[in-house]
Every structure is written in structure tokens, then in C-alpha cells.
Design a protein around this ligand. Structure first.
Ligand SMILES: *[C@@H]1O[C@H](CO)[C@@H](O)[C@H](O)[C@H]1NC(C)=O
Ligand SMILES: *[C@@H]1O[C@H](CO)[C@@H](O)[C@H](O)[C@H]1NC(C)=O
Length: 216
């Protein structure tokens, strides 16, 4: 009997932790972001319900290919709370990603979201790396209609492995998932992280770090 109570308490505690590990649940039907408010909140202030309409809950343009003429050969078109104010407090958002042949979406992490992605055109190698100490690489090549999930916080990437353009649509479990691109954060911070710190961290010559810092 006592054992059962302990097990139940552990389950209840785990559920409570789960509930707090993600965005808070809405306390009303919606809270359309008011971009003119200067209030500082966790999220954005709500527009008065009398002044909202269908346009606050809609976005147009995900049929348009993103421009992939850049060093990555890819382009992310976000539909998060900045583009679609009705997403405020709902804990969800979406992106379209275009990839030129062999284009990559470089290793990055979303500090606030799990991402689920589907390929709607072309072929895509996807992967993520598990946390320390294993740093296991989980990778797979996806084709049209395949779906893959990148667990919250883990470093992940994609690469077009087809001969044509690839297009993916992904949903993320935050109105504002955030992106930390590893190379940009480490070698492109403003001001620079000291070169000697990075040389030691990456176990390379200081000149290699200097070169990388000029690129980001
Ligand atoms: C795509 O981006 C490149 C580089 O910024 C630019 O030169 C080019 O005009 C853009 N193409 C289109 C169709 O906007
Ligand atoms: C590549 O893409 C990432 C993520 O979109 C971006 O932060 C970075 O600036 C891009 N790098 C280059 C060299 O264009």
C-alpha cells in the first residue's frame, strides 16, 4: 500500500514537472500579440478582443520559395509570433525551409522547441546529436512525405542530398522557438569570445580560431 503511494507520488511529480517544462497553457481562448504595447512580459501583451479579426490568425506566403543564394544554400521562412500575432501564448509555430542542391541548414538548436519536419519535395539528410557524454549521432535520409522529429534543445542539421531543390515544412512547439546556430554563436559573438579560450576548447591553433572568427 505504502509502496503504491510512493509510486503514485513519483508519477504525479513527474507529470507536474512535464507541465512546467514547456510553454504555459493559455488561460483564455487566445491572446493576439499587440505589437504596439511596450509591456515587458513572458510572451507579448494581448490586443483587445474587440479589435481582433481573422487576419490576426493568418499568414500568407508559404507557397513562395525562399532565396537560397547564400553560403548555406538554404533559407528558412519563419511563421512565428512575429509574423502571425495570433500565435501568442499558443506554444506552436511553423517554418518553410528551402534547400538548393547540397545546401545545408547548419548545426543549430532551438532552446525552446521540439521540431517535427516533413519533406514535401526532394531528399534531405537530417540528423541530431545526443547530449554529453555520448554525443551519439542520429541521422537518416528523408524523401517526400517522410517525417522526422528533432527533440527540444538538441543540436541538429539538414542537408539536401538530391539533384534538385528540396522543400520542407516544420512545426515547432513554441510561438518563438529561438535559434542558436553553433558556428555563429561560438565564432561570431559580439564582442568575440577570446581566441585563446576557443583555441583550447577546440584543441586547435590560435590561427585557426582567428580565421573562423573572420568568417562569422
Ligand atoms: C537572392 O539573393 C541574392 C543574394 O542576396 C540576390 O543577389 C538575388 O537578387 C536574390 N534573388 C531574388 C530572386 O530575390
Ligand atoms: C546560415 O544559416 C544560419 C541559420 O539560418 C544563419 O544564422 C547563418 O548566418 C547562415 N550562414 C551564412 C554563412 O550565411
Amino acid at each position: 500500500m505504502e509502496k503504491n503511494i510512493i509510486v503514485l507520488s513519483i508519477v504525479a511529480l513527474s507529470l507536474a514537472c512535464l507541465a512546467f517544462a514547456f510553454e504555459p497553457s493559455p488561460l483564455q481562448d487566445f491572446c493576439v500579440a499587440d505589437s504596439t504595447s511596450s509591456a515587458r512580459l513572458n510572451g507579448l501583451a494581448c490586443k483587445h478582443p474587440a479589435s481582433i479579426g481573422a487576419n490576426d490568425f493568418s499568414f500568407s506566403g508559404l507557397h513562395l520559395p525562399g532565396n537560397t543564394s547564400n553560403p548555406n544554400g538554404s533559407r528558412v521562412t519563419p511563421v512565428s509570433v512575429a509574423q502571425l500575432p495570433g500565435l501568442n501564448t499558443l506554444g506552436i509555430s511553423m517554418v518553410r525551409i528551402d534547400y538548393a542542391p547540397w545546401g545545408i541548414n547548419p548545426p543549430h538548436t532551438h532552446p525552446r522547441a521540439t521540431e517535427i519536419l516533413t519533406v514535401i519535395e526532394g531528399s534531405l539528410q537530417v540528423g541530431f546529436v545526443t547530449s554529453n557524454p555520448d554525443n551519439g549521432l542520429i541521422t537518416k535520409t528523408l524523401h517526400k512525405g517522410d517525417v522526422f522529429v528533432f527533440p527540444v534543445g538538441l543540436v541538429h542539421f539538414q542537408r539536401n542530398v538530391g539533384t534538385g531543390n528540396t522543400v520542407a515544412i516544420a512545426a515547432l512547439s513554441s510561438q518563438n522557438p529561438g535559434v542558436i546556430t553553433i558556428a555563429n554563436a561560438v565564432f561570431g559573438s559580439k564582442p568575440d569570445v577570446s581566441g585563446d579560450i576557443l583555441a583550447k576548447a577546440f584543441q586547435v591553433d590560435r590561427s585557426v580560431v582567428d580565421q573562423l572568427q573572420t568568417k562569422f
